[in-house]
Ligand binder design. Structure first.
Ligand code: 2NL
Length: 342
């Protein structure tokens, strides 16, 4: 009997002292104390072992204990049981819960727009692997062994096999197309590329590139200029002007970087264009004859132009985004500002 009273005391302390949160904990409590094989049931079964003269006293104690156990459960029951809906009490005319369909990522919007503009000029989309081999990313593209882009500091290599790396540009896709397909080739290659960079507002270890390649007979620098001029007018508006500055890329000769007149100040000078009136948007040039040869394309018969642009950069100019990190932070306050059907 004394033993039973001690047990009861321990259980009482447990009931008062434990905090029950959530449906699972409430159900576990119910089974432990109030279930068909629970503590309360067991204690009532002990009744038969209690001496006759103390049965009344023990019965009272047990009843109080049962009430305590039940009242604790009543407190947490709302969490444990979902009310069963009663068809007569339901208001069927209430509107349903809205389904949020989200918005397209700004990089997707701009990439789709680039693809659409070049699509109208007869360019089709080509895609390839993000994990590349040295040949398609560097060697085939006329990037020699000692080129700084090949430095461990600039490129992510795969430890197990240093012949594999994360592509640093989508030129590797163009290399794969030229391997298989003969001219005319007119492709646009959007995709993610990787550089071993410290992340800041102006640099990231990955970005989205969009390269283009046109190889055929009689393709000239004039075609390159007019194609890219058409592109910026479609992307940024008819009033945009362009200019080319001589530059260097290992896979093109001659090479040029293209600027557009500043969208913010229209050319009169502001912070965005650093008071020059111009902002750089892409690199381009005539495909190096050596590269064509690498793929068995006769450079005496065929010529081509190529260009490459960072989609983040185009997006930055179009939507005035001042920090590259915003693109990959998944902050809804940023993402919700972009709405597009395509
Ligand atoms: C840039 C500059 C460029 C190319 C990419 C290319 C590809 C092949 C052959 C020749 Cl397969 N050229 N790509 C050419 C010039 C510039 O990109 O600033 N990109 C973000």
């Amino acid at each position: 009997m004394e033993e039973l009273l001690e047990k009861l005391d321990t259980y009482r302390k447990e009931i008062i002292g434990t905090e029950i949160s959530g449906a699972d904990a409430a159900e576990a409590y119910r089974i432990r104390f109030l279930g068909t094989k629970g503590i309360v049931k067991n204690l009532f079964q002990e009744m038969k072992n209690v001496p006759a003269e103390r049965k009344k006293e023990f019965g009272q104690i047990l009843n109080e204990f049962k009430q305590l156990a039940e009242s604790k459960y009543d407190e947490v029951k709302p969490n444990a049981q979902r009310p069963t809906p009663n068809a007569n009490q339901m208001d069927w005319s209430l509107p349903g819960d809205p389904i949020s369909i989200g918005t397209r990522h700004p990089i997707s919007i701009v990439r789709n727009r680039i693809v659409q503009i070049f699509g109208r000029l007869g360019f089709s989309v080509a895609e390839g692997p993000e994990i590349e081999d040295d040949w398609h990313n560097f060697t085939a593209l006329n990037l020699p062994e000692d080129h700084p882009a090949r430095d461990m500091q600039d490129t992510f290599y795969i430890h197990k096999n240093p012949d594999w790396l994360l592509r640093t540009h989508t030129s590797s896709v163009q290399a794969r197309v030229m391997e298989k397909q003969k001219p005319p080739i007119r492709i646009i290659c959007p995709g993610r590329v990787y550089r071993n960079e410290t992340i800041s507002a102006r640099a990231h270890c990955f970005f989205t590139q969009c390269e283009g390649l046109y190889v055929d007979e009689n393709v000239s620098f004039a075609d390159l200029k007019q194609t890219l001029y058409f592109f910026v007018q479609e992307m940024f508006g008819k009033s945009v002007k362009i200019r080319f500055r001589p530059s260097y890329f290992p896979f093109t000769e001659p090479s040029a970087e293209m600027d557009i007149s500043c969208l913010i100040c229209g050319g009169s000078g502001c912070n965005v264009c650093k008071h020059t009136g111009w902002v750089e948007i892409l690199g381009s040039g005539m495909v190096h004859p050596k590269m064509l040869q690498n793929f068995g394309i006769d450079p005496n018969k065929y010529t081509g132009f190529a260009f490459g642009m960072g989609v983040e950069r185009i997006c930055q100019l179009k939507y005035r985004i001042n920090d590259l990190r915003l693109y990959s932070q998944n902050d809804l306050r940023f993402l919700k500002q972009f709405v597009s059907a395509t």
